[in-house]
Design a protein around this ligand. Structure first.
Ligand code: NAD
Length: 306
């Protein structure tokens, strides 16, 4: 492929840009570009590199002469992959880069829920000493339900196992047998997992099949004492239903890194006292960003050599 003009329309780690520069590509870095401007200039570029902010839908694709769209991250739900492929555009991502970062955040959020860490911190900053109210739980011996046992789900499972948790897994494909043997994971259908787990963590992509896979009926299957952690995509849980089950005490609590709309429209959900929120920081570590940017740049160079 004889192409060279690259536009980067979201903030990415510089390592990837250095690799592209070294390989003779001309890179325009516009991490704050507005959609109107992107639509005007996109025709001049062969390669578009994005993270989550830029939505690469039909309008952008139709205005372009792109050969490659690259996402410095895992999920591709901000790109119309089907349409891009119909137009002969290659779509590249960095599947492996965020595994440890997201998994470690999940464990942090789970401990945060179990021990009321955010509540403890807020109360102390307000000059209170509410020790008696802060009787928490150990994770050891509890059942962790993992929905989507892929790269991140497995990493979470391995760390949770080391903390003495028992694992229950659900996936649409057969779960890696070696992993099941290694961790003694109980494999189950979705309803069985929801009814039995003390903590439930979601690691599925957002697709037509997974959108609102946890609706009110499914959430109502959970134990009243159970917690849910979502670091996958906001759309996999029906947020309005989640708000009601949390508010009515039908489940114990939730930790959310992702939202149906970001920043979240559903501010009542964020404000509930049994909810911990983070602003989509699953992959927001120095290591994950550097790795994602490097992987994507190397995949682009590889593609150009084909
Ligand atoms: P992966 O492809 O390795 O694993 C996803 C798993 O989900 C697969 O095993 C797949 O079979 C399973 N799955 C798909 N549809 C399903 C369904 N309907 N029911 C049950 N299981 C289903 O992906 P991964 O690297 O583990 O990442 C998982 C998701 O995490 C990504 O798609 C992305 O949306 C999200 N993510 C979030 C952040 C963040 O910043 N919070 C960062 C990276 C990734």
């Amino acid at each position: 492929m004889n192409i060279s003009n690259v536009i980067v329309s979201d903030e990415i780690d510089k390592k990837g840009i250095e690799i592209l520069d070294r390989n003779g590509l001309k890179v325009t870095y516009k991490p704050d570009i507005e959609k109107e401007e992107l639509l005007k200039i996109i025709k001049d570029y062969d390669i578009l590199i994005v993270r989550s902010r830029t939505k690469v839908l039909r309008d952008v694709i139709d205005a372009s002469n792109l050969k490659i769209i690259a996402r410095v991250g895992v999920g591709l739900d901000n790109i119309d992959v089907k349409y891009a492929k119909e137009k002969g555009i290659s779509v590249i991502n960095a599947e492996e880069a965020a595994m440890s970062s997201v998994a470690e955040l999940v464990i942090g959020l789970m401990i945060g829920l179990a021990r009321g860490i955010t509540k403890a911190d807020t109360s102390m900053k307000n000059g209170k000493w509410i020790k008696k109210e802060l009787v928490g739980y150990e994770l050891k011996g509890k059942y962790l339900g993992i929905i989507g046992v892929g790269k991140i789900g497995k990493r979470v499972g391995r760390i949770a196992k080391a903390l003495g948790m028992n694992l229950i897994g659900y996936d649409v494909v057969q779960i890696d047998k070696e992993f099941v043997r290694e961790t003694n994971m109980i494999t189950a259908d979705l309803d069985t997992l929801l009814k039995n787990a003390d903590y439930i963590t979601l690691h599925v992509p957002l697709t037509e099949q997974t959108r609102h896979m946890l609706n009110k009926d499914k959430l109502m299957l959970m134990k009243k004492s159970a917690y849910i952690i979502n670091t996958s995509r906001g759309g996999v849980i029906d947020e309005d239903a989640l708000y009601h089950v949390l508010k009515d005490g039908m489940i114990a609590g939730a930790a959310l890194d992702v939202f149906e709309e970001e920043p979240p429209r559903n501010i009542e959900l964020v404000r509930l006292s049994n909810v911990i929120c983070t602003p989509h920081i699953g992959a927001q570590t120095k290591e994950a960003q550097e790795l994602a940017s490097t992987i994507v740049a190397e995949k682009i160079i590889q593609k150009l050599r084909e």
